[in-house]
Design a protein around this ligand. Structure first.
Ligand code: AMP
Ligand code: ZN
Length: 459
């Protein structure tokens, strides 16, 4: 298997440190509001990677944290006059629901920062004791010149590091590039006791401490959006390597490209921030997921109405092929074709893998004998499962879509109308049959008659 490693800037053959166990950490959401469609991209991309790895290795431990200490959370809580826990519980629950609707399997662990204060404090203590960090005015700062490899992941030299957008200048810093491990909290801010006074952890140290707590000192894969390379991941490396006596932190660094909306960067000021929660009100989660997998994960993806419509048509095609195979059982022991798996194992080439999946759908439409049809069905379902697609029945896909055209268009009423129409046709009551067909069409359900009976699809 090959993965592009941001550390080396090229594709490398991936092998885990322990041949039987892969460890993976992905930076998760800061839960102060709804997730937008860009936040869903790493969740979906690394979900596919976890699925591919789980096929290949006996054990995969996938950790995706929940950041539940953050100044944006404090601001949201203050605004509503509630404890931060009210905000973080609410948006963590919504995040997990939204991701589930996109077919994202829960990671093996979803640790929260508030549950790892002891580990965070221990790690800060080690960094202070070893001279990599220092206390100043209630803060603890990591001293970046103490780590020779600082800047290696992002490929930044000293000057570029200093010019970094998020590098803050502060009087208590020994060096402008030093970053916060711990900061003081005022009386009215959430805080935890520490040897350096009451305060709260900086963002970067959380991930280093939770990765160590759940996965050990050296992990195989670390992922996130490419905006996190600097400073977040650069700082995670500095903290972990220095806290672990120079041992490597993550062996492979993977970063997904950004998602734009109609060719524009998503931003509050432009007013084009699309929330997953809202999109799910009108779109099937599976179609959203397919949009996110249509391009290669390292490339930018441009969200737009045409792409969404195209994803729905593609799923109609795939589920249409599966519907043709409804009378056969998937052949036992047959899995996704080699070319499909090879595409995913080549740095998660989802566009190529999807092309293979459509090839299977074409084969399904052409296959005539039962053995061949059962085999193609097994291949399609298994390939779908690796991408987190095709987990519904064709009925659920086609009915579920139709049910979104109106509040009373539930699947049962469509089912009832179709049954009524079948009965009318058996009795040669053609006028009734046509009347019901027209009624269904008005509700966005197109009925076709074939020799095996009625077929329906979304208009
Ligand atoms: P945040 O909650 O802002 O820390 O973001 C959570 C994850 O979403 C991080 O891995 C970010 O890199 C990623 N992310 C944020 N915005 C986008 C975007 N527009 N496109 C792709 N990934 C994004
Ligand atoms: Zn992180």
């Amino acid at each position: 298997m090959q993965l592009h490693n941001t550390l080396s800037g090229r594709k490398e053959v991936f092998t885990p440190l322990d041949p039987l166990r892969v460890t993976m950490y992905v930076c998760g959401p800061t839960v102060y509001s709804y997730a937008h469609i860009g936040n869903a991209r790493p969740a979906v991309v690394f979900d596919v990677l976890a699925r591919v790895l789980r096929r290949r290795y006996p054990e995969v431990v996938y950790v995706r944290n929940v950041t539940d200490i953050d100044d944006k959370i404090n601001a949201a809580a203050a605004k509503e006059g509630v404890d931060i826990r009210v905000i973080t519980d609410r948006y963590a629950a919504i995040y997990h629901q939204d991701m589930a609707a996109l077919g994202v399997a829960p990671p093996d662990h979803a640790p929260r920062v508030t549950e790892h204060l002891p580990q965070i404090l221990t790690m800060i203590g080690r960094l202070v004791a070893s001279g990599h960090a220092y206390a100043a005015e209630g803060h603890v700062l990591f001293h970046t010149p103490s780590f020779a490899d600082y800047g290696k992941l992002s490929g930044r030299d000293e000057q570029a590091l200093m010019a970094g957008a998020r590098v803050e200048v502060a009087p208590y810093k020994k060096h402008p590039g030093d970053f916060v491990l711990w900061k003081p909290s005022s009386e009215d801010q959430p805080g935890w006791d520490s040897p350096w006074g009451r305060g709260r952890p900086g963002w970067h140290i959380e991930c280093s401490a939770m990765a160590e707590a759940l996965l050990g000192e050296t992990i195989d894969i670390h992922g996130g959006g490419h905006d996190l390379i600097f400073p977040h991941h650069e700082n995670e490396i500095a903290q972990s390597v220095c806290a672990h006596g120079g041992k490597a932190f993550a062996r492979f660094w993977l970063h997904n490209g950004f998602l734009n909306v109609e060719s524009q960067k998503m931003s509050k000021s432009v007013g084009n921030v699309l929330l997953v929660h809202q999109l799910l009100e009108t779109l099937p989660g599976e179609a959203i997921r397919l949009v996110l997998l249509t391009g290669h994960y390292r490339q930018p993806v441009d969200w737009g109405a045409e792409m969404v419509a195209e994803a729905r048509r593609k799923l109609d095609r795939l589920y249409g092929a599966l519907r043709e195979l409804e009378d056969v059982a998937p052949t036992d022991g047959v899995s996704a074709p080699e070319a499909f798996v090879a595409a995913l194992e080549d740095d998660l080439n989802t566009p190529m893998a999807l092309a293979e999946l459509f090839e299977l759908a074409r084969a399904a439409n052409k296959a005539v004998d039962a053995a061949e049809r059962g085999r193609v069905k097994a291949q399609m379902l298994d390939a779908g499962a690796m991408l987190g697609l095709l987990h519904q029945s064709p009925q659920q896909w086609f009915y579920g879509q139709a049910s979104q055209t109106g509040p009373d268009d539930d699947a049962t009423s469509i089912e009832a109308l179709l049954a009524e129409r079948a009965e009318a046709r058996r009795n040669r009551q053609w006028a009734d049959s046509d009347r019901i067909r027209d009624a269904l069409r008005a509700r966005g359900v197109l009925v076709e008659d074939s020799r095996d009976g009625q077929r329906w699809r979304r208009a």
